[in-house]
Design a protein around this ligand. Structure first.
Ligand code: CDP
Ligand code: CDP
Length: 224
């Protein structure tokens, strides 16, 4: 029986967290949880209801009346909000540009973090986000802080967007990524920082397979 550990992967946008986390989870037979999708789901619903994204109380009220279900699927994870499949909708440019504002509200984080901890409680989990190692899963057996140069991350996002049919340019993506990284790193509530006991993994020069293998090697050491 495989030891059911928790693996936390944090880092800035486009570092490769979700792609690599999915492969690691599949390889170990673990569940993959993309916490960014939760913040995106809240942002998407709030925008569709014209809620002021700076109004933490209104957002919290909305969230109390919202069902967010993450369902593991072949391609990673499906996201349902109030029964509607929003997996693709939450990746729009509009949601991406606004999600960091919503994610900065401490009350919203508290509700979503409780849900994430509940999902991870049984172990056998690979969870990615910004505050997983520092806050959500402080006792995770393996913590990775994944990064890559802004240039490389923007290039990756550009190719991603092309595949999804989302219009973008590398220059604009560089700006959007840098701004989001700054908002995520400088906010008061659980900012994006490397946990003291996390291992730094720079994926700029690594293929997806190489990065996944690095984490699998580290995970197997924890599982022996
Ligand atoms: O995939 P990408 O790197 O673009 O972002 P994401 O993982 O989908 O996360 C979207 C946004 O949600 C981030 O830029 C953060 O503002 C927020 N987030 C967070 O604050 N804490 C997390 N654990 C996960 C995401
Ligand atoms: O989740 P995060 O925002 O950290 O990044 P991602 O969505 O997993 O990765 C962004 C894009 O970079 C995806 O299209 C990956 O296939 C690609 N990627 C890559 O080309 N090389 C890597 N070493 C990691 C990711």
């Amino acid at each position: 029986m495989v030891k059911q550990i928790q693996i936390a992967i944090d880092g800035p946008a486009g570092a490769g967290k979700s792609t690599i986390a999915k492969i690691v989870a599949e390889n170990l037979g673990f569940t993959y949880i993309d916490t960014g999708a939760m913040y995106r789901a809240v942002t998407n619903k709030a925008m569709s209801q014209n809620i002021d994204l700076s109004d933490a109380d209104s957002l919290e009220k909305m969230l109390h009346d919202t069902s967010i279900i993450l369902e593991p699927s072949q391609n990673g994870q499906l996201v349902f909000v109030d029964g509607e499949n929003v997996t693709e909708a939450i990746r729009s440019n509009e949601v991406t540009s606004n999600v960091s504002e919503v994610a900065a509200h401490a009350n919203i984080r508290e509700i979503l973090v409780a849900k994430q901890q509940e999902l991870a409680a049984r172990g056998g989990i690979v969870m990615d986000g910004r505050d997983i190692a520092t806050h959500v899963l402080k006792d995770a057996e393996l913590k990775i802080f994944m990064s890559a140069s802004v240039e490389e991350r923007a290039k990756r996002r550009f190719l991603d967007n092309e595949r999804r049919g989302i219009p973008s340019t590398i220059e604009n993506l560089k700006k959007e990524i840098a701004l989001r990284d700054q908002l995520d790193s400088e906010r008061e509530a659980s900012p994006l920082i490397q946990a003291e006991d996390a291992i730094y993994l720079d994926t700029t020069e690594l293929s997806i397979e190489q990065a996944a293998q690095e984490i699998l090697n580290l995970a197997k050491r924890q599982m022996d």
